[in-house]
Design a protein around this ligand. Sequence first.
Ligand SMILES: Cc1ncc(COP(=O)(O)O)c(C=O)c1O
Length: 457
Amino acid sequence: MAKSNVKKGQVKKAAPKVIKKATKSASTASSKRSSVGTPLLAKKTKDYKFPKPHTKTIKAYKNMHDYFALNEKYTSYGMSTRCIHAGNEPSAEFSGVSPAIDLSTTYSQVAPGEPEAFDYARCGNPTRLCLERTLASMEGGKFAFATSSGIAATVAIMSLLKDGDHILCVDDVYGGTQRFLRRVLGENTKVEIDFANFQEMKNFRKHLKPNTRIVWLETPTNPTLQVLDVPKIAKELKGSGILFVVDNTFATPINQNPLSQGADVVVHSITKYIGGHSDVVAGGIILNDKELYDRLFFITKTIGSGISAFDAYLALRGAKTLEVRVQRAQSNAMKIAETLEKHKKVQRILYPGLKSHPQHDIAKKNMRGYGGMLSFYVKGGVKQAGTFLKSLKVFTLAESLGGVESLAECPALMTHGSVPPAHRALLGIEDNFIRLSVGIENEADLVNDVKQALEKM
Ligand SMILES: Cc1ncc(COP(=O)(O)O)c(C=O)c1O
């Protein structure tokens, strides 16, 4: 890990060498320019005193572990406070309250092979590290990685597997995760892969093998919104050495923190709720185990899955408002769910917050809120579903989810089109099955939009 010439606990000062250099070159340039016209830079630039470095917050750190340890001061704070402050402390040099977008691809070293904190941006970058601290804090984990997509996070974790290992994955998992498992890992390696229903413990146990290395699930699942009992599954896996990974994209850290329920690793598609504005593709991995962190650090730097500084900045900006957005989205979703449940053109609705949801009790026990996603079957088939989707005026017909704007889609034809038809049928992903990502627009506009589109069917 990178070595620092600053002792642990000592406050890192802004580099005076750089400041002096900048002042000198600015004054030389301005005196040269003064002979040909008014200088753009005021002459007093040469007397300009840079502000004293901000000394309150950022401590020098010898390695990433120390940097994550700074999060300890936030553990007693609430979710929004952590989302806003952890990793976002005013910059040590100029006190900016928003993290800078650090675009450098390489970093000067104290001595050959002795970088201060970063050496090369594929391996680590200050803006990315800010986001990683925010992610760790929001999930209550010790360490985190910010990746270039949710799938990049998935691939990094699955790169821990080798030929002969077995991964057990929940049957209703995001289509892209399935595609990676079936078409890449499944076709190119000798990793064994099973998909199974995790609702029944008996069934779950039956699928565990001596060579099972990873158990992977998401809850609520995408798109059928099954709710899985994370603490129960964690209990089942305790002491087995099997890595228990939970994709927490749908629930968000606001509603559920799987690490505190016994999971080993949490995965996010930050593209969804954490980013929240449909303008950044990103992913995250959060965990507590230092040894595993070191192994994943090696993997992520080797495969180049780290997020760019620009994208890290957008994700950080989104994360700050996560709690208020999720609260609003799920209150809108509840109203829409109640409307759909009563509607004569709806065959069945799946929303974990409704008593009619098959795992409502599990959701009530394990989650702090029921989320902004809901799915339902319209009466009829593909024609009726198409009419409904095309008639929406406030909802946009589009893939993805978790943004401020409401989206609607038909998983069989869109997000889950790559899932084999037989598997889709098994899960109930029919042509009349519609998924809504409820945004934060005004409740009445969304409810009225859904009603008017149903009337058109
Ligand atoms: C639950 C879930 N996990 C992971 C992913 C993959 O994330 P990304 O699209 O950011 O690669 C998605 C994408 O839709 C998802 O819904």
